[in-house]
Design a protein around this ligand. Structure first.
Ligand code: GLA
Length: 330
C-alpha cells in the first residue's frame, strides 16, 4: 500500500512538472510583425484590424509597424529582430528592396511573408521563395474595364466622345497589371484608341494622381465626358477630383477604383454624387487575417504556408455597395 502511495506521488509530481513546463511554453507568446507601407490608408487599417482578430484567436502578439520608406522598413525589421519576434508579414514601400528584405529577415531570425506587393530581385523578377498573398491583379483590372464599358453603354454615351484616363504606376507590378487589364479590355472592344490616355503618377496616393491627372486634362480639354481607372480607390479619387476641379460635371465622369475600403465608402456616402462611381472590393480579411493565421501556424506548428495565393475582387457601385458588402460579410 505504502509503495502504491509512493508511486502515485511520483506520478502526481511528474504530471505537475509537465503542466508547469507546458504553461511556461504557453506563456512564451509567439510574436508576429505586420509591416505596411501606408498605415493611414483604409486598406492597411483593415488588414491590421483583421490581423488583430487572428492574434486574439491564436493568442500571439501582433506588432504593427508603418514603414513609408526603405529606411523605416529596414529599421522595422531590425527592431523585430531585437524584440525576438518569430515572423513578419510585410507590404513594402518599394518592391525593389526585395533582396535586402530577405537578407534582413534571415539575419533577424524572422520567417518572412509578403502581402499585396510582391518582392522582386535586382532584375525585377519576383522572388519566388518568399511566401506571398496578393490580388489577381490582371483579371481584376479586366473586371474594371468591363464594368466601365457597361456603364458607358448604360448611360447611352458614345465612346467617340469619352476620354479615358488611365492612371498608371508602372514601378509596382500589381499596379501595372491592374491598369493593363482594364486597358486591354477597352482595346479588345475596339474602343477608339485615340481617346485612351495614360497619366503616370510618381507615388501611389491621391495627391500624386491628382497632379498627374491635371496635366493630362490641360492637354485634352476637348473631352467633356471621361472614364477614370487606376491601381486603387485613392488614385482614382485623385483623377476624379482633378476632372471636377477643371469643370467636368460629376455626372459626366465614371471613376472606378479598387479596394472598396473607407475611401470608396466615404465617396459613396457623400450627399452630392461625385464622379466616383464604383470600386472592386478586395478581401482585406484574407490579406490580414488569413496571412496572420498562416504565419502563426508556420512559427508555432511548423506548417509551411502555401507559397503563392491570389485573391479575387467583387464589383460594387454607389447603388449597391451596401448589399455587396453585406453579402461579403463586411
Ligand atoms: C497595393 C495597393 C493597395 C491595395 C493592395 C491590395 O498594395 O497599394 O492600395 O490595393 O495592393 O493587395
Amino acid at each position: 500500500m505504502k509503495k502504491l502511495y509512493k508511486n502515485l506521488g511520483k506520478v502526481i509530481l511528474v504530471t505537475s512538472i509537465c503542466s508547469v513546463s507546458m504553461n511556461a511554453a504557453a506563456e512564451a507568446k509567439k510574436k508576429i510583425g505586420f509591416i505596411v507601407k501606408q498605415p493611414e490608408a483604409g486598406w492597411f487599417q483593415d488588414e491590421w484590424k483583421f490581423a488583430e482578430i487572428a492574434a486574439k484567436e491564436k493568442g500571439f502578439e501582433l506588432i504593427k509597424i508603418g514603414a513609408q520608406d526603405g529606411q523605416k522598413l529596414m529599421s522595422a525589421l531590425d527592431n523585430l529582430g531585437t524584440q525576438q519576434a518569430d515572423g513578419v508579414i510585410v507590404c513594402v514601400p518599394n518592391v525593389k528592396l526585395g533582396s535586402a528584405v530577405v537578407a534582413s529577415a534571415k539575419r533577424n531570425g524572422l520567417k518572412l511573408m509578403s502581402v499585396d506587393d510582391r518582392l522582386v530581385d535586382g532584375n525585377g523578377d519576383p522572388i519566388e521563395d518568399v511566401v506571398h498573398m496578393g490580388i489577381s491583379a490582371y483579371s481584376i483590372g479586366r473586371e474594371v474595364g468591363t464594368a466601365l464599358l457597361g456603364e458607358i453603354k448604360a448611360r447611352g454615351w458614345d465612346p467617340k466622345d469619352v476620354g479615358v484616363m488611365a492612371l498608371t504606376y508602372k514601378q509596382l507590378p500589381t499596379a501595372f497589371e491592374r491598369t493593363k487589364g482594364a486597358t486591354d479590355v477597352l482595346n479588345e472592344s475596339n474602343y477608339p484608341s485615340e481617346n485612351i490616355f495614360e497619366a503616370p503618377h510618381r507615388l501611389d496616393n491621391t495627391e500624386q494622381a491628382f497632379n498627374a491627372a491635371n496635366s493630362l486634362i490641360t492637354q485634352k480639354g476637348q473631352y467633356k465626358k471621361w472614364i477614370v481607372y487606376g491601381m486603387n480607390d485613392q488614385v482614382v479619387i485623385g483623377g476624379v477630383r482633378a476632372l471636377e476641379g477643371n469643370g467636368i460635371k460629376s455626372g459626366n465622369i465614371i471613376g472606378l477604383g479598387i479596394n472598396g475600403t473607407e475611401e470608396a465608402i466615404n465617396e459613396f456616402r457623400k450627399p452630392v454624387e461625385t464622379g466616383f462611381y464604383g470600386t472592386i472590393i478586395l478581401s482585406a480579411k484574407a490579406h490580414g487575417y488569413q496571412t496572420s493565421i498562416n504565419m502563426y501556424n508556420w512559427v508555432a506548428n511548423g506548417i509551411q504556408p502555401e507559397k503563392l495565393v491570389y485573391t479575387s475582387g467583387y464589383l460594387a457601385t454607389r447603388d449597391n455597395y451596401e448589399a455587396v458588402r453585406k453579402d461579403l460579410g463586411l
